[in-house]
Design a protein. Structure first.
Length: 286
């Protein structure tokens, strides 16, 4: 119970800081810009849109890479050796402190993903359809040329409508993106302990950018590459949609298994290293 309380308090410090303010402002501006064409389409057809837009936003490559860059920025306070943490280490001990940092990474990731999902709804809030049905508007966008006619950059995949309800897809996308963000943050913590912060940030950015190698590869090879690039898995709305006849995203079960095992291995490495590492405290944002 003490560990859980410490994780919660530590998470609040990670969420309410300058990095989070920058994340909030950039994400609000980006989502508002992406929603404008959809808003014009809604005005013309006079029909509300489903609240489940976040999974489709994450299928836009530009929006997705922006999101991952902001997530890396949020986690760039690794290895958490600001002066404010010095007293926490003294009070809790090294291993408990490290567990608290990992827990804080995941709770901060969840807050970032949840806020981003909310940002995809807020610009259209007065005309959101609050049901567990996909509705006519998204189906129309998926089967017509409305997206190109209105300059809508959010891809809508018709096949996913028969696989998941809006509530199921939203929950899946939020959970998966939280796991991926937590995986990246844990990886940054791990690398920074064994090397330095610069390499940790570079490594996380490399994982994010690798998604473009998957996107630009041949459809026959895309499935193989996608097995090892978690940053592309946020496009889970495409899991039922083939590209040139090929289903290229791994199964949802594989994604969560990979992230759980990978995070567990890195967490074990962090707990091993934290007992021996020399702390170099610095003046920086918590």
């Amino acid at each position: 119970m003490k560990q859980l309380r410490y994780i919660w308090k530590n998470s609040l410090l990670k969420i309410f800081n300058g990095r989070s303010v920058a994340f909030i402002l950039i994400m609000l501006a980006a989502c508002s810009d992406y929603c404008r064409p959809l808003g014009r389409f809604m005005d013309d057809v006079d029909y509300p849109v489903s609240w489940c837009l976040f999974p489709f936003f994450m299928s836009n490559y530009v929006f997705l890479i922006l999101f991952w860059f902001l997530v890396v920025y949020l986690h760039s306070d690794v290895p958490f050796m600001q002066h404010a943490n010095m007293y926490q280490v003294i009070r809790t001990g090294r291993r408990r402190w490290a567990v608290g940092q990992i827990g804080g990474i995941f709770l901060r990731s969840f807050a970032a993903v949840l806020f981003t999902a909310l940002c995809t709804i807020l610009p259209l809030a007065p005309r959101i359809e609050l049901t567990n049905e996909w509705g006519k508007l998204l189906r129309s966008v998926a089967v017509t040329n409305a997206a190109s006619a209105y300059g809508l950059d959010i891809p809508i995949f018709y096949e996913i409508f028969s696989e998941y309800t809006p509530l199921q897809l939203m929950a899946l996308c939020i959970l998966l993106c939280t796991f991926i963000s937590g995986f990246l943050g844990t990886m940054m913590f791990f690398i920074s302990l064994y090397s330095n912060k610069v390499l940790a940030v570079a490594g996380a950015l490399a994982v994010a950018i690798l998604m473009f190698f998957v996107i630009n590869s041949h459809p026959m090879n895309r499935y193989k590459l996608a097995f090892f690039v978690p940053s592309i898995w946020a496009q889970v709305a495409q899991v039922a949609t083939p590209h040139l006849g090929y289903y290229w995203l791994p199964s949802v079960q594989y994604m969560f298994s990979f992230l759980t095992v990978g995070t567990g291995i890195m967490a074990a490495g962090i707990l091993y290293k934290i007992k021996r590492v020399e702390f170099h405290w610095e003046n920086d944002d918590v």
